[in-house]
Write a protein that binds this ligand. Structure first.
Ligand SMILES: Nc1nc2c(ncn2[C@@H]2O[C@H](COP(=O)(O)OP(=O)(O)OP(=O)(O)O)[C@@H](O)[C@H]2O)c(=O)[nH]1
Ligand SMILES: [Mg+2]
Length: 342
């Protein structure tokens, strides 16, 4: 599971070109600082802080004391709390059923043990597929798709910044959302903040052509990663799905094996409703992972634990704010622990 950036990305072996050297340098730095454990604790603390709303909502219900007396009421309260946090009916039912059965058989004794097991079960349901992002191909092409307003453009900016900062990768952005006048400018703003380059097309121009251009430039300049922004809305949903398919085909023709990663952004504040909208994208855009955004602003962050089951896709990244640093790898166990542990 990806607890930090070095675990999230699959990179080449050390010494294998620029990226390998950068990665090795990073590891050395970590070793020099001698405090990966302390760093991890710091990250975990910040994760808890950024999920304060969900944690407070859940924490007031789920505490070791909840398991003091085990009766029907206990399991009902647990179920209610998880559903309120948007963990989802299916996920909640299966987790609570297992916990209840294990408690009844005497396998688990005491509030502490039950809390721990609950964390483990939630983490387990949230684990599906490949949680990492493989960036060994050069260039690696990442496409961001999702409903308008969910945070594609913002996430791209943050991701570009982290790729450069943590891995020393060179990143080029492709502004293939040519439908909205402001979309290119917005991505340009993020490119400046992240300190990377961008390829844009004229408003209303062919998004596939922008993607084609971006990959062409990245290849000729031997760059590491290309991230393509796409539209979240067109005249109709069918148009949009058609266009995403076209962009994808152009990319595949331009570079074998690309796109290597298709990230679907989902706005956590829209809860189960957002999930339903996301399903359409997941079905048609060959999505390989989810970025769950705006976790900082919602009490329904439990949705992170339901996505794996409901979309059969791993959450790879979470957005916890509006600035560059506010993107982090998703680790189901850390996440469940941050929600539930006292
Ligand atoms: N609080 C918070 N706000 C976020 C996060 N991610 C994105 N946002 C905000 O959500 C709004 C929409 O983000 P965009 O990146 O423009 O969304 P988009 O998917 O590109 O939208 P379209 O281009 O219209 O399809 C912006 O105001 C962002 O600042 C997050 O993790 N936390
Ligand atoms: Mg956008």
């Amino acid at each position: 599971m990806a607890r930090d950036w070095s675990e999230l990305f699959i990179t080449g072996e050390a010494g294998e070109g620029r990226r390998g050297e950068a990665a090795a340098g990073e590891t050395q730095q970590e070793a020099d600082s001698g405090a990966p454990a302390a760093e991890r604790r710091g990250l975990f603390r910040r994760l808890r802080e950024s999920m304060a709303k969900t944690r407070q909502a859940l924490g007031s219900e789920i505490q070791a004391t909840l398991f003091g007396v085990l009766d029907e009421h206990t399991w009902e309260r647990l179920e209610e709390a998880l559903i309120m946090a948007d963990v989802g009916a299916g996920t909640t039912a299966s987790v609570v059923e297992t916990l209840e059965a294990e408690a009844a058989s005497g396998e688990l004794k005491g509030g502490e043990a039950l809390s721990e097991r609950l964390i483990g079960l939630l983490a387990q349901t949230a684990s599906v597929g490949e949680p990492r992002i493989d960036i060994r191909a050069r260039p690696t092409v990442i496409v961001a798709v999702g409903v308008n307003g969910t945070g594609k453009t913002t996430t791209i900016g943050k991701l570009a910044w982290h790729l450069q900062r943590e891995l020393g990768a060179s990143v080029l952005l492709g502004a293939a959302d040519t439908y909205r006048a402001a979309a290119g400018e917005q991505l340009e703003g993020w490119a400046q903040r992240a300190g990377c380059e961008i390829v844009r097309g004229a408003e209303g121009s062919d998004p596939g052509a922008v993607a084609f251009d971006a990959i062409g430039q990245a290849r000729s300049r031997d760059m590491d990663v290309v991230i393509i922004d796409t539209a979240g809305r067109l005249h109709t949903q069918d148009d949009l799905m058609g266009e995403l398919g076209k962009v994808r085909r152009v990319i595949a023709r331009q570079l074998e094996g690309a796109p290597h990663e298709t990230l679907l952004t989902i706005d956590a504040t829209t809860g189960q409703n957002g999930l339903r909208q996301a399903k359409l994208f997941a079905e048609t855009a060959q999505v390989s992972g989810v970025v769950l955004t705006k976790l900082d602003g919602t009490a329904r962050g439990g949705i992170a634990l339901a996505i794996a089951r409901e979309l059969e896709l791993p959450v790879k990244l979470i957005g916890v704010g509006e600035s560059l640093e506010d993107l982090r790898p998703f680790d189901p166990e850390d996440f469940a622990r941050a929600l539930i542990a006292e």
